[in-house]
Design a protein around this ligand. Sequence first.
Ligand SMILES: CC(C)(COP(=O)(O)OP(=O)(O)OC[C@H]1O[C@@H](n2cnc3c(N)ncnc32)[C@H](O)[C@@H]1OP(=O)(O)O)[C@@H](O)C(=O)NCCC(=O)NCCS
Length: 176
Amino acid sequence: MTDHLSEPATALRLAEYTRADQNEILGDGPDPFGVADTGLTWLPKEEHFGVRLDGRLVAHTGLLRAPIAIGGTTTEVVGIGGVAVAADVRGRGLARTAMAAALDHARTMGPRHGLLFCRPPLVALYERLGWRALDQDVYVEQADGPVVMPLRTMWTPLRDGADWPAGEVRLLSFPM
Ligand SMILES: CC(C)(COP(=O)(O)OP(=O)(O)OC[C@H]1O[C@@H](n2cnc3c(N)ncnc32)[C@H](O)[C@@H]1OP(=O)(O)O)[C@@H](O)C(=O)NCCC(=O)NCCS
């Protein structure tokens, strides 16, 4: 059997990422990300980075450009989501590998900040990956209008010295 721990995994840009691909990583359970109780509608991601081991897709991170108003100024962030690693290969740095590839690409897209939403138990993990918690209410769009995001919001600079600006934060799209 191949010892994957001895070979550094590399992330690749995926030409597509279907529900079948997600099922290959996380299975086809009803709530693979543990966020169904929020009742939120989420955006699909537009670009995808993944890790394959022996041809099997085992990790994914997705991203898209999203409009946002911060302190009344409209700009864009790179929204990150769909972070997933197959249960049998977690804890080996594959989320770090997929995230690093996604952020390398995000840095070429223009926006100064990356943004993601996560369950509270994952805040420490994302902090290890260079993300920072945003400790304020963040509004996101839903079909009936803006709601306060019930999950934790985290951001990461995509350019040197990019601090998070002060002021009310409104994501002007569904969350990702
Ligand atoms: C969340 C998930 C993607 C993590 O995958 P993973 O492969 O185990 O993550 P990694 O091994 O790359 O760990 C990333 C870093 O976080 C660290 N870490 C892991 N758990 C941690 C914790 N509880 N507290 C602090 N740091 C933690 C790891 O040590 C690693 O840091 P290091 O590289 O400096 O050692 C995986 O558990 C998963 O797919 N869960 C189900 C889907 C999900 O909830 N996705 C998140 C959507 S927001």
